[in-house]
Design a protein around this ligand. Sequence first.
Ligand SMILES: Cc1cc2nc3c(=O)[nH]c(=O)nc-3n(C[C@H](O)[C@H](O)[C@H](O)COP(=O)(O)OP(=O)(O)OC[C@H]3O[C@@H](n4cnc5c(N)ncnc54)[C@H](O)[C@@H]3O)c2cc1C
Length: 397
Amino acid sequence: MSGTAPLDVLVIGSGASGLAAAVSAERAGARVGLATKGAIQACNSAKAQGGIQAAFGTDDSPEQHAGDVFKSSHESADLRLVEVLTGDAQSAIHWLEELGVEFTRENGGYRLARCGGATAKRLLQVGDRTGHAITKALRDEFGAGSGTLFAHSPLRALESAPNGWRATCGAHELEAATVVLAAGGRCFKVALERNELSTNHPNATGEVTQIALEAGAEARDLDELQYHPNGGAWPETMQGYSIPETTRAYGAVLLNADLEEFTDSLGPRDVVSQAIFDEVAKGMGVDTPDGRPAVLLDTTRIAEADAEVSLPYMLRRYRGGGIDPLREKILTYPVLHYQNGGLVIDTDAQTTLEGMYACGEIAGGTHGRNRMMGNSLLECVVFGRRAGRAAAEKASA
Ligand SMILES: Cc1cc2nc3c(=O)[nH]c(=O)nc-3n(C[C@H](O)[C@H](O)[C@H](O)COP(=O)(O)OP(=O)(O)OC[C@H]3O[C@@H](n4cnc5c(N)ncnc54)[C@H](O)[C@@H]3O)c2cc1C
């Protein structure tokens, strides 16, 4: 075991939320350590393709955005957190731009798409590699600062200490005045246990939530896991791939075996997933060549010009597997995607334990029991920034 000088802020996890927290804490003057399970690049955030929500449209407002989040959560979200999420959204986007993220633009403004459950076009994109662009910019910023990276150092134990927290991260014993837990969700692990497909990175295994619960932190809605309505079902190379919701935003619709629409393709995620499960249960689904259940996603309705700007990665992946989604319908079925619930936090992202913060997918409340697409990356940036700043301030108090 190797020790190190006490830190002000120890961040656990190098996805968008952890990186945003680390950058913010350092900007607030803290001595920051960032411990992560694998390489710094390994996370779910980098896999996010669809985009990030923020109310920039002339027919939109943070209040309208908040209303959509609350409705999509079936009125189960924590309204104080929802108001922070949507109220800080524009400033989060400008902060990312300052770090070098270039959102796709058209007609002098952002190119905005409508996502499931939204009453206005609100989804900003960086082509279809939004998560990659955001995490790269944040990693570059963290790397340019004085924070210390502990890669390949998974958190294994965490206990309160006289001056804050003592953490065992891989081979390191670390002490810090405050900790920010940003280790994501657990859908990869649960999918393995259920023998189902998942969109998640193999590091999404949830042990940090367990460690926090054992330390006494409270959680909410942990039973509620989200299925992404459109997992890739065929070809084999695309199984578990999350077909971006922007396909449906740009005109793709779900069809049953009789080529009939059976649901609002842009409804809330849980509603669309359930409609697919029900359609297949009624015998109106189609089978993949390897015998898995599926329905059709008619991607041939997407205009070529929209696909080239907003879906180039998805097109490349499918065409590489021998299927051109602009020429033929593709096979899809819901896959485990997101942990809706998590650790209880306040508007500064502090958990119910003093000096322990949580942000991103590991935290609960912002989306209640059902998240809208595009709000997770936003949550990572909004609450990551708040967590980093608040943790730094507490450490210096
Ligand atoms: C394929 C895919 C597409 C998506 N598309 C979108 C989208 O378009 N828009 C949107 O808003 N959201 C999207 N999401 C959801 C969103 O990307 C994630 O919910 C969000 O990025 C999670 O960020 P995070 O920082 O909380 O966690 P992650 O990005 O998962 O990062 C967690 C970090 O913690 C580390 N870690 C795990 N366990 C430990 C441990 N024990 N010790 C130390 N470190 C640990 C991991 O290695 C990782 O670095 C998508 C998700 C997936 C999987």
